[in-house]
Ligand binder design. Structure first.
Ligand SMILES: NC(=O)c1ccc[n+]([C@@H]2O[C@H](COP(=O)([O-])OP(=O)(O)OC[C@H]3O[C@@H](n4cnc5c(N)ncnc54)[C@H](OP(=O)(O)O)[C@@H]3O)[C@@H](O)[C@H]2O)c1
Length: 411
């Protein structure tokens, strides 16, 4: 951001901040976000001395409560990410918050897409860069929540304004936490955050029901693998699209039919003009990836909504404006999902897990926090080839940084 006039820097950071709010935190309006951000920026400029801003992703000047080990985005570090051994302990929980000793954490594409950008933005770093990742599981250390007490095993999403997930202790809102599935390990439960909740939200919002034909594009990824399982749990007959190496995996997840996109998906005789599906759930199309919509939309029954979780910039503007102004501004028969993730939705995921309808799918699990394994794991997710989640097992201070094969298993 060096070299940009201050006003331009602030405007850019405001936009980025709004984007991450909308991507990661549900339930807040765009107008509300803007007001909060404007006030916060004014306060920062007026009162916060430069010595208190964050350096390289680690906020200094706030270590009165002690320090913890945490992953931080740091533009000057190799790969833009590193482990900070002296990250400030999160603040004591206010009403409606709790401190969680993190035992498992997972990351999502939004982390590697927005994390490094925000790490180079001084204001955003102060307000938002509280570590890396949103998805956590662990035990409650100190609670100011009615629903949870110290020692409870919980999972959910951190708020980017409070805390990262890839750190020893996280500060989280009670409203975005739930009790862990009974038989899942911490790192497995941490995979039930953003991706799983987004898929459940999308399929519930579009009322997938018994007998429906559901097409899941990207069926082996963090979102798609849950889309297949939840679709089946809702009674749908699921068709999954993935590459050759994932065909068996997607079948085991519950797909009745699997299409290998490496074998001519662009002209699949099977679906051409068939209008076979009651719903298409697209977890792949994005500005950085290919666009499935023109290919897959004609496979959906006439008048059905094309459901996506990433899309062109113009679609993001429309979907954010829709949720901000409470009116439908998206394209006709198209829904770019911004989920509202809360305890109810997360508890529903835990229930499906306890009933054996949802099974952990972990591409790679890393023990502890260490620079090289941290970088490697982020690169694995960035490769877009992961099967399920990229996760960590945390517990000991520092940790050994050992990498392991994930489960990528279906129970
Ligand atoms: N709207 C929201 O709130 C929201 C929430 C979560 C995620 N997202 C977005 O949704 C997208 C997916 O997230 P994710 O966590 O599922 O990502 P992910 O786990 O990184 O996805 C990896 C998977 O994508 C599959 N894939 C890649 N290219 C493909 C293609 N051309 N056709 C079919 N499958 C393909 C890969 O399977 P193969 O190896 O078989 O190709 C791999 O299993 C990202 O863009 C993310 O930013 C949005």
């Amino acid at each position: 951001m060096a070299g940009l006039p201050l006003a331009a820097t602030l405007s850019l950071e405001a936009l980025l901040t709004l984007l991450i709010f909308r991507c990661c935190v549900a339930g807040r309006g765009l107008v509300g976000d803007s007001v909060v951000l404007a006030l916060a920026s004014a306060l920062l400029l007026a009162f916060v001395p430069p010595a208190l801003t964050c350096h390289g992703g680690t906020c200094v000047g706030d270590v009165g409560r002690g320090t913890i080990v945490a992953a931080v985005w740091d533009a000057s570090a190799d790969g833009g990410i590193r482990v900070a051994l002296d990250h400030p302990m999160p603040a004591a929980p206010a009403a409606g918050q709790m401190l969680v000793t993190v035992r498992g954490a997972s990351i999502n594409p939004v982390d590697y897409k927005l994390g490094p950008v925000l790490a180079s933005a001084p204001l955003a770093r102060w307000f938002l860069m509280h570590g890396v990742g949103r998805d956590y599981a662990g035990t409650v250390k100190e609670s100011n929540c009615d629903a949870f007490k110290a020692g409870d095993r919980v999972f959910g999403l951190t708020s980017p304004t409070l805390s990262g997930a890839l750190q020893e202790v996280a500060l989280v809102n009670c409203g975005s936490a739930a009790r862990m599935p009974k038989k899942w390990a911490f790192h497995e439960a941490s995979g039930l955050g953003v991706a799983a909740a987004t898929s459940l939200y999308a399929l519930q919002k579009h009322a997938v029901r018994k007998g429906d034909r559901l097409l899941v594009i990207g069926a082996s990824g963090g979102c798609g693998s849950v889309g297949v399982q939840v679709g089946k749990a809702l009674g749908a007959k699921v068709t999954g699209i993935c590459s050759t190496s994932n065909v068996d995996l997607v079948k085991k997840l519950g797909a009745a039919e699997v299409v290998d996109y490496t074998r001519g998906i662009m002209h699949p005789k099977k679906f051409h003009g068939a209008r076979a599906f009651d719903l298409v759930y697209d977890t792949v199309s994005s500005p950085e990836d290919m666009d499935y919509e023109p290919i897959a939309n004609p496979w959906a029954k006439a008048g059905t909504t094309y459901v996506a979780i990433n899309g062109a910039g113009a679609d993001w503007v429309r979907t954010l404006a829709s949720s901000a102004f409470g009116m439908e501004l998206q394209r006709e028969n198209y829904d770019l999902i911004v989920p509202e993730i809360n305890t109810k939705l997360l508890s529903e995921l835990a229930r499906l897990a306890d009933e054996g309808k949802l099974t952990p799918l972990v591409d790679r699990v890393t023990d502890g926090l260490e620079d090289k394994t941290l970088r490697d794991a982020v690169e694995r997710l960035r490769s877009r080839r992961s099967k399920g989640k990229v996760s960590w097992r945390l517990g000991g201070r520092g940790g050994g940084g050992r990498e392991g094969q994930g489960t990528a298993r279906v129970l």
